[in-house]
Design a protein around this ligand. Structure first.
Ligand SMILES: Nc1nc2c(ncn2[C@@H]2O[C@H](COP(=O)(O)OP(=O)(O)OP(=O)(O)O)[C@@H](O)[C@H]2O)c(=O)[nH]1
Length: 302
């Protein structure tokens, strides 16, 4: 048993921890009414203690999580007395923030739940930082298209799907005469042309397809669930057309065309690099036999 003095000292320490914690803390009744908050709660949410006492944490909801989310949260809390996860909430000034939240049920001496206590940390900046890192790691900085790394991921997934039930074509596309655009205009206009063509090609395919930039003027397109060769050819023509459209630069037009190598997934394919290589070789054939054309891979019927 603690003596009265020991008990007081302990209370002071606990209160100090509550005040000084860097995590936001809120304590509610069993019904969810907010009874107390700490200074970090105010720093993170913008609400003073007086503004929230008597209300419920629902006042912080951002609408980013639906009723199912909260239902599942309460179910877990009820079953285990504990819940943790990430929640998007809204500060007093209207800004959304992401918090990592842990909620625990406090029990009285009879074991009945007497309160809930929530601890949360604002992780919005970390999340933004991570998304930026992910963007840098997976997307081409100039065009915003998937880069080679993301392409390989998508290609692996597409191959797994194609193995089950669907078709898959890989197109390796290299622009013809792109160097001349850089030379006749300048690098910035060359860049603008790459961005425009990337956007046009993305618009020409379905959302489930991938258009990636894998080199200076090289792109790879992954087409899934093609219904027929005719569909594939129609798409190739659209992509060729998208490239031939070029870009108006003042009085002049920056003009290029595209050489495209095409290969189809075969059930015996197990390496995405092989598919890429086949499409790349076909692209070189298209270049060697006149440019501004597409070439199906000769290995198709191995
Ligand atoms: N503006 C710009 N140019 C780039 C970029 N990356 C590479 N390049 C240039 O793109 C050109 C690509 O070379 P090539 O493929 O040989 O040029 P090409 O004229 O298309 O040659 P063919 O494919 O034989 O028709 C080079 O001149 C590179 O300097 C970039 O990000 N921006």
């Amino acid at each position: 048993m603690l003596s009265g003095q020991q008990y007081q000292a302990r209370l002071r320490r606990t209160a100090g921890a509550f005040e000084l914690a860097r995590e936001g803390i809120l304590i509610t009744s069993v019904q969810g009414e907010i009874l107390d908050t700490n200074p970090a709660f105010t720093r993170i949410t913008g609400y003073s203690r007086d503004e929230v006492v008597g209300r419920t944490p629902a006042m912080l909801q951002s609408g980013r999580q639906g009723p199912d989310f909260y239902r599942a949260m309460w179910q877990t809390l009820g079953a285990s007395g504990h819940w943790e996860g990430e929640v998007w909430n809204r500060r007093k000034d209207g800004e959304l923030y992401l918090e990592t939240l842990t909620i625990s049920a406090l029990r009285d001496s009879d074991g009945a739940v007497s309160n809930y206590i929530g601890f949360f940390a604002d992780v919005t900046l970390q999340k933004e930082h991570n998304s930026r890192l992910e963007q840098l790691a997976n997307y081409d900085a100039l065009t915003g298209l998937p880069n080679r790394r993301l392409l390989m991921d998508r290609l692996r997934q597409a191959m797994a799907q194609a193995r089950q039930h669907s078709t898959l074509a890989v197109l390796y596309l290299d622009l013809d005469g792109f160097k001349a655009v850089n030379d006749r205009f300048d690098h910035a206009h060359g860049d603008a042309l790459l961005v425009t063509l990337g956007r046009r090609m993305t618009q020409a395919v379905r959302a489930s397809d991938t258009v990636a930039r894998v080199g200076g003027d090289e792109f790879v397109v992954v087409l899934q669930n093609l219904a027929s060769i005719a569909d594939c050819i129609a798409l190739l023509e659209r992509l060729r057309g998208a490239c031939r459209q070029g870009l108006q630069c003042g009085q002049r037009r920056a003009q290029v065309s595209a050489s495209i190598g095409v290969t189809f997934f075969d059930r015996r394919d197990d390496d995405p690099y092989q598919l890429l290589q086949r499409a790349d070789r076909a692209m070189y054939q298209a270049k060697a036999t006149g440019k501004d054309r597409y070439q199906f891979s000769g290995d198709r019927h191995r």
